[in-house]
Ligand binder design. Sequence first.
Ligand code: ATP
Length: 455
Amino acid sequence: MKIEIDKLISHLKTQGFVFPGSEIYGGLANSWDYGPLGSEVKNKLKKLWWDFFVRRNEYNIGLDSSIILNPKVWQASGHLGNFNDPLIDCKKCKSRFRADKLIEEKFSDMNVGGWTNQKIEDFIKDKSINCPKCNANDFTNIRQFTLMFKTNQGVVEDEASTVYLRPETAQGIFVQYKNSQRALRKKLPFGIGQIGKSFRNEITPGNFIFRTREFEQMELEFFFSPNDTNDWFEYWLKKVKFFLEKIILIDKKNYSIREHKKDELAHYAKRTVDIEFDFPFGRGELWGIAHRSDFDLKQHQTHSGQDLSYLDPETNEKYIANVIEPSVGVERLLLAIFCQSYVEEKIDNGERIVMKLPYQLAPYSIAIMPLQKQQNKRANELYKELLLDFDATFDETGNIGKRYRRQDAIGTPYCITIDFDTEKDNSVTVRNRDTMNQERIEIKNLKQYLLAKIF
Ligand code: ATP
């Protein structure tokens, strides 16, 4: 999978998938909007995640919590004190960097998670890591920079009205753990899934939609008894891999699994694994899976004064549940899918760009095309009929070759052409995006044919 990211970005813009944010005003750095086709793919991706991790999992339920929470939540979770990145400035050109990423970008096999600031500063000096912008070797000391976006709630702007935009969706789940468990009469083990916006004032956003300050997360918090001997970590790691390979068809060759070393783990974490994807700009975290012990619920119990323990109906024992958290960013996953799908191909009569999106993620499943104007009426009738079961589009402009290219470029799996013979044989030509093979199918069998191919 060798693609140039600039070509991909330009393609996604011209085809209506992703637009630079606020573009008519000169843009807003590192912000992106999802266009008519991008928003379709994004919604379909979220639906697939929700179906797999929430709706069709025997243990799990869903939630939709607020973006703005009581600030005490962030005190309890540790975000207000600790959700910082190490900021370092180049004294010469004044550029700012994340000190840990300066090292990791230079030495791609290194991971400095868990290092102290002193250790990072020493390493940068010892290895003479230069400023990536001006090549000078003159950095300030590291300062901790908080990633929390601050705002005020209500009419008075003071300390008491300060609130924060959530930097992760997970805490909303912990706060509603007890209500959800009681209302749905859930017994451990069970999980709560959530999809929603998160905000982080990243020091160095970039690499297109890989790292932005506003993004969406799909997170699952899976609660289980500390006495449970099942390996729930392995269970969820397997589920994540299954989702990647079998549901959204991420090629095994394009991702790898990185186990966090002991000195990299957060103090409360028992195990953490990152699923990393080979993006065109390098390997990067796609999906994190962490065993968070009973840390979060314990913290919220202490800070809120509410009992968040679980009374085991079988043993009559009271304990705080442990948690496994698989967490992924919607846009990062989308970027991985876009990177893997974008293909430039030589074909008989020239070249084509084809987005080989998984069928279930393509903005349109089918395109209906009348060969000539005379067939418009019949084609329109068929289009309206098929719209009841499929995400369909109608394409009547340009010659048929151009129309095929246009649908290839946005990833439409099947094109259906109504031609001169349709009147006589009640059949249409169905053309597949990937093989470009064409088949003649009777209209009465068309729905069944497409259902079997697409879903
Ligand atoms: P990174 O090391 O890349 O900053 P992280 O370890 O802080 O990521 P988590 O807090 O574990 O990330 O967040 C879970 C997931 O949310 C990540 O695996 C990623 O897919 C996504 N994510 C996190 N930060 C961003 C961001 N700024 N933009 C887009 N997606 C993000």
